[in-house]
Design a protein around this ligand. Structure first.
Ligand SMILES: [Zn+2]
Length: 238
Protein backbone atom coordinates (compact mmCIF):
# COMPACT_ATOMS: atom_id res chain seq x y z
CA UNK A 1 0.00 0.00 0.00
CA UNK A 2 1.25 3.48 -0.80
CA UNK A 3 1.12 4.63 2.83
CA UNK A 4 3.72 2.00 3.76
CA UNK A 5 6.97 3.51 4.88
CA UNK A 6 5.44 6.91 5.52
CA UNK A 7 6.01 8.37 8.95
CA UNK A 8 3.15 9.08 11.35
CA UNK A 9 3.72 12.78 10.83
CA UNK A 10 3.58 12.40 7.04
CA UNK A 11 0.36 10.39 7.27
CA UNK A 12 -1.18 12.97 9.54
CA UNK A 13 -0.06 15.83 7.30
CA UNK A 14 -1.73 14.14 4.32
CA UNK A 15 -5.14 14.41 5.97
CA UNK A 16 -7.04 17.55 4.96
CA UNK A 17 -8.09 18.36 8.55
CA UNK A 18 -6.72 17.68 12.05
CA UNK A 19 -7.55 14.31 13.60
CA UNK A 20 -8.24 13.31 17.16
CA UNK A 21 -7.54 9.59 17.75
CA UNK A 22 -9.10 7.88 20.75
CA UNK A 23 -8.35 4.23 21.49
CA UNK A 24 -11.28 2.78 23.48
CA UNK A 25 -11.53 -0.45 25.40
CA UNK A 26 -15.09 -0.96 24.18
CA UNK A 27 -14.33 -0.33 20.50
CA UNK A 28 -14.37 -3.37 18.22
CA UNK A 29 -13.39 -1.61 15.04
CA UNK A 30 -12.18 1.74 13.75
CA UNK A 31 -14.82 4.42 13.33
CA UNK A 32 -14.48 7.85 11.87
CA UNK A 33 -16.70 10.82 12.64
CA UNK A 34 -16.38 14.39 11.39
CA UNK A 35 -17.03 17.11 13.93
CA UNK A 36 -18.27 19.89 11.64
CA UNK A 37 -18.29 22.64 14.23
CA UNK A 38 -14.72 21.98 15.31
CA UNK A 39 -13.52 21.02 11.83
CA UNK A 40 -11.84 17.96 13.35
CA UNK A 41 -11.95 14.26 12.48
CA UNK A 42 -12.62 12.02 15.45
CA UNK A 43 -11.44 8.47 15.19
CA UNK A 44 -12.22 5.82 17.77
CA UNK A 45 -10.40 2.51 17.58
CA UNK A 46 -9.77 -0.69 19.56
CA UNK A 47 -7.37 -0.24 22.48
CA UNK A 48 -4.33 -1.87 20.86
CA UNK A 49 -4.51 -0.04 17.53
CA UNK A 50 -1.26 1.80 16.85
CA UNK A 51 -1.46 5.49 16.02
CA UNK A 52 0.27 4.80 12.73
CA UNK A 53 -2.20 2.16 11.57
CA UNK A 54 -5.13 4.33 12.71
CA UNK A 55 -3.76 7.20 10.60
CA UNK A 56 -3.15 4.93 7.60
CA UNK A 57 -6.72 3.65 7.88
CA UNK A 58 -8.09 7.20 8.14
CA UNK A 59 -6.17 8.16 4.99
CA UNK A 60 -7.85 5.31 3.13
CA UNK A 61 -11.18 6.99 3.94
CA UNK A 62 -10.11 10.09 2.03
CA UNK A 63 -13.10 10.12 -0.33
CA UNK A 64 -15.50 9.89 2.58
CA UNK A 65 -13.63 12.70 4.38
CA UNK A 66 -13.80 14.93 1.29
CA UNK A 67 -17.53 14.28 1.00
CA UNK A 68 -18.01 15.33 4.64
CA UNK A 69 -15.98 18.49 4.09
CA UNK A 70 -17.98 19.37 0.99
CA UNK A 71 -21.19 19.08 3.04
CA UNK A 72 -19.81 21.08 5.93
CA UNK A 73 -18.93 24.06 3.80
CA UNK A 74 -21.77 25.91 2.16
CA UNK A 75 -20.93 26.34 -1.51
CA UNK A 76 -20.06 29.92 -2.44
CA UNK A 77 -21.17 30.44 -6.04
CA UNK A 78 -19.83 33.39 -8.02
CA UNK A 79 -22.77 35.79 -8.23
CA UNK A 80 -23.49 39.52 -8.20
CA UNK A 81 -23.24 40.88 -4.66
CA UNK A 82 -21.46 37.73 -3.51
CA UNK A 83 -17.84 37.56 -2.53
CA UNK A 84 -14.75 35.64 -3.47
CA UNK A 85 -11.48 35.36 -1.55
CA UNK A 86 -8.57 36.61 -3.69
CA UNK A 87 -5.06 36.48 -2.19
CA UNK A 88 -6.86 35.53 1.03
CA UNK A 89 -8.98 38.69 1.12
CA UNK A 90 -12.77 38.52 0.74
CA UNK A 91 -13.55 40.54 -2.36
CA UNK A 92 -17.03 41.72 -3.34
CA UNK A 93 -18.36 40.77 -6.75
CA UNK A 94 -19.86 43.88 -8.35
CA UNK A 95 -21.82 43.21 -11.52
CA UNK A 96 -23.48 45.57 -13.95
CA UNK A 97 -24.37 44.87 -17.58
CA UNK A 98 -22.66 48.10 -18.57
CA UNK A 99 -19.24 47.22 -17.19
CA UNK A 100 -16.67 45.53 -19.47
CA UNK A 101 -17.16 41.76 -19.83
CA UNK A 102 -13.71 40.87 -18.55
CA UNK A 103 -13.59 41.13 -14.75
CA UNK A 104 -11.15 43.61 -13.23
CA UNK A 105 -9.89 43.95 -9.69
CA UNK A 106 -10.30 47.61 -8.63
CA UNK A 107 -10.29 49.12 -5.14
CA UNK A 108 -10.83 45.78 -3.46
CA UNK A 109 -13.80 44.90 -5.69
CA UNK A 110 -14.11 42.45 -8.53
CA UNK A 111 -16.00 44.42 -11.19
CA UNK A 112 -17.60 42.54 -14.03
CA UNK A 113 -20.08 43.20 -16.79
CA UNK A 114 -21.56 41.20 -19.64
CA UNK A 115 -24.40 38.69 -19.41
CA UNK A 116 -25.18 37.57 -15.89
CA UNK A 117 -25.59 33.95 -16.95
CA UNK A 118 -21.96 33.59 -18.00
CA UNK A 119 -20.58 35.60 -15.06
CA UNK A 120 -19.39 32.55 -13.05
CA UNK A 121 -17.46 31.24 -16.06
CA UNK A 122 -15.76 34.56 -16.67
CA UNK A 123 -14.83 34.97 -13.00
CA UNK A 124 -13.32 31.49 -12.94
CA UNK A 125 -11.32 32.23 -16.10
CA UNK A 126 -10.13 35.50 -14.57
CA UNK A 127 -8.99 33.70 -11.39
CA UNK A 128 -7.23 30.99 -13.40
CA UNK A 129 -5.29 33.61 -15.37
CA UNK A 130 -4.39 35.44 -12.17
CA UNK A 131 -3.30 32.14 -10.58
CA UNK A 132 -1.15 31.12 -13.53
CA UNK A 133 0.57 34.52 -13.65
CA UNK A 134 1.26 34.67 -9.90
CA UNK A 135 2.44 31.07 -9.61
CA UNK A 136 4.60 31.24 -12.76
CA UNK A 137 6.38 34.19 -11.13
CA UNK A 138 6.68 32.37 -7.79
CA UNK A 139 8.05 29.27 -9.54
CA UNK A 140 10.57 31.26 -11.60
CA UNK A 141 11.82 32.92 -8.43
CA UNK A 142 12.25 29.61 -6.52
CA UNK A 143 13.63 27.76 -9.57
CA UNK A 144 16.37 30.39 -9.92
CA UNK A 145 17.40 29.84 -6.29
CA UNK A 146 17.28 26.03 -6.68
CA UNK A 147 19.14 26.34 -10.01
CA UNK A 148 16.57 24.28 -11.91
CA UNK A 149 14.10 24.92 -14.69
CA UNK A 150 10.58 23.53 -14.70
CA UNK A 151 9.59 21.96 -18.01
CA UNK A 152 6.11 23.45 -17.72
CA UNK A 153 3.75 25.10 -15.24
CA UNK A 154 0.06 24.47 -15.69
CA UNK A 155 -3.08 25.23 -13.75
CA UNK A 156 -5.77 22.69 -12.93
CA UNK A 157 -8.41 21.78 -10.38
CA UNK A 158 -7.40 18.24 -9.57
CA UNK A 159 -9.48 16.71 -6.78
CA UNK A 160 -7.72 16.90 -3.47
CA UNK A 161 -4.24 17.83 -4.68
CA UNK A 162 -2.92 21.38 -4.51
CA UNK A 163 0.08 20.65 -6.64
CA UNK A 164 2.09 17.92 -8.31
CA UNK A 165 5.41 17.55 -10.05
CA UNK A 166 6.19 14.83 -12.58
CA UNK A 167 9.58 13.18 -13.07
CA UNK A 168 9.74 15.11 -16.39
CA UNK A 169 9.62 18.36 -14.42
CA UNK A 170 6.03 19.29 -15.21
CA UNK A 171 4.49 21.24 -12.35
CA UNK A 172 0.72 21.35 -12.05
CA UNK A 173 -0.99 23.60 -9.51
CA UNK A 174 -4.56 24.13 -8.42
CA UNK A 175 -5.90 27.53 -9.56
CA UNK A 176 -7.70 27.67 -6.19
CA UNK A 177 -4.41 28.62 -4.53
CA UNK A 178 -5.00 32.18 -5.77
CA UNK A 179 -7.90 32.28 -3.30
CA UNK A 180 -5.48 31.70 -0.41
CA UNK A 181 -3.02 34.13 1.14
CA UNK A 182 0.28 34.59 -0.75
CA UNK A 183 2.20 32.59 1.87
CA UNK A 184 -0.05 29.54 1.38
CA UNK A 185 0.19 29.74 -2.41
CA UNK A 186 3.96 30.27 -2.31
CA UNK A 187 4.45 27.35 0.07
CA UNK A 188 2.81 24.95 -2.42
CA UNK A 189 4.90 26.37 -5.27
CA UNK A 190 8.13 26.11 -3.23
CA UNK A 191 7.19 22.51 -2.38
CA UNK A 192 6.71 21.56 -6.05
CA UNK A 193 9.87 23.39 -7.18
CA UNK A 194 11.82 21.46 -4.52
CA UNK A 195 10.49 18.28 -6.19
CA UNK A 196 12.27 19.30 -9.40
CA UNK A 197 15.45 18.49 -7.49
CA UNK A 198 14.24 15.66 -5.22
CA UNK A 199 11.31 13.46 -6.22
CA UNK A 200 10.65 12.34 -2.64
CA UNK A 201 9.87 13.82 0.76
CA UNK A 202 13.18 12.91 2.39
CA UNK A 203 15.51 15.05 4.44
CA UNK A 204 17.26 16.66 1.46
CA UNK A 205 13.89 17.57 0.03
CA UNK A 206 12.72 19.09 3.31
CA UNK A 207 15.92 21.11 3.65
CA UNK A 208 15.54 22.51 0.14
CA UNK A 209 11.85 23.27 0.62
CA UNK A 210 12.66 25.16 3.83
CA UNK A 211 15.51 27.06 2.17
CA UNK A 212 13.34 28.08 -0.79
CA UNK A 213 10.33 29.15 1.25
CA UNK A 214 12.16 30.77 4.14
CA UNK A 215 10.66 31.32 7.61
CA UNK A 216 7.04 30.41 8.37
CA UNK A 217 6.82 27.10 6.51
CA UNK A 218 4.93 25.21 9.22
CA UNK A 219 2.49 28.12 9.67
CA UNK A 220 1.80 28.15 5.92
CA UNK A 221 1.20 24.37 5.94
CA UNK A 222 -1.17 24.65 8.90
CA UNK A 223 -3.02 27.53 7.25
CA UNK A 224 -3.56 25.50 4.06
CA UNK A 225 -5.01 22.64 6.10
CA UNK A 226 -7.33 25.06 7.85
CA UNK A 227 -8.58 27.03 4.84
CA UNK A 228 -8.27 24.26 2.23
CA UNK A 229 -11.75 22.76 2.68
CA UNK A 230 -13.39 26.15 2.16
CA UNK A 231 -11.25 26.98 -0.88
CA UNK A 232 -12.43 23.77 -2.51
CA UNK A 233 -16.07 24.91 -2.53
CA UNK A 234 -15.54 28.50 -3.69
CA UNK A 235 -17.30 29.05 -7.02
CA UNK A 236 -19.33 25.85 -6.74
CA UNK A 237 -23.04 25.40 -6.24
CA UNK A 238 -24.19 28.19 -8.58
ZN1 LIG B 1 5.34 16.58 -2.38
Amino acid sequence: MWSNGRSEAALEAALPVPIDIRPMKSARRLRLHFDEAAGVLKLTCPWRTSRRSALAWALDQRDWIQAQLAHAHTPEPFMPGGSVPIHGIDTRIVWSEHLPRTPVLVDGELRCGGPEASLPRRIERFLKNLALKAMSEDAAEYAAVAKVKPCSITIGDAGTRWGSCSSQGRIRLSWRLILATPQVRRYVVAHEVAHLVHLHHGLEFKALEARLFGPGLSQAKAELRRVGPRLRVVGRGG
